[in-house]
Design a protein around this ligand. Sequence first.
Ligand code: NAP
Length: 258
Amino acid sequence: MSLAQLTALNTITKPLEGKVAVVTGGSRGIGATIAKVLAKNGAYVAINYQTSIDRAEAVVKEIEDQGGISFAIKSDVSKPDDVKSLMEEVKNRYGKIDILINNAGITRDRTFRKLSNEEWSEVIDVNLSSVFYTTSEVINHMLEQGYGRIINISSIIGQVGGFGQSNYAASKAGIIGLTKSLALETAKNGITVNAVCPGFIETEMVGEMPENVLENIISKIPMKRLGQTDEIAEAVLFLIQANYITGQSINVNGGLYM
Ligand code: NAP
């Protein structure tokens, strides 16, 4: 077989060939790695960002340099109108949406007694309400096409709580409840809805933590290290390809919570 034939065969057998994915918060951290992994596996990937246009464009360029197809799109996922435009733009460009990765997230850590209404609402809006807005925009479309993969990035903090993280923990626990309920409602229609619960992953979000706090956390992780973004992307790719798994929360945390 010639190299050209092998290359053609390789393209055809990419597992996500022909699929269209949207990754919220794909400009950096976990979302950027998920976007690259999905593109490498053949998906067309729309990369959403809020402010980091240069970094989002850099992810697109990296994907395109490797022969993938992608574009970046600005949208504040906590705003329903923004989200509507985001999904319309993706459908206009690629004709459909098969895979939705709800990854965008923020922290505004503060102990409960000092937590302001604004810090509460901002985190709930960006981390949890956004999942309702994005999913609402794609769910009818997925039902009509009889196929959909929705993966929500939750957190270990939604399972065990976090000091100074009532807002964040509530948003991430909320994601798990939403995931299970939507999975029940859509299971017979070719749609799976799952969550991934990362432990502590080496991104800017974790980089904001004081060094002594981080060292203390690492000492408690059975694997004695932070997770890497590609270790979350692996779980996402697995869930996209799994046909008989829905309503689950997959822990990727180095054994910190079992
Ligand atoms: P990160 O490096 O801080 O990146 C956050 C991403 O979310 C960026 O792409 C950012 O876009 C985007 N974003 C923030 N607010 C947005 C908004 N209103 N609209 C659209 N996009 C918005 O975070 P990360 O560490 O990769 O975390 C990704 C997800 O994993 C989050 O949901 C986080 O809660 C979860 N998680 C992370 C860890 C961890 O240890 N890192 C652990 C558990 C769960 P811009 O670049 O434009 O600002």
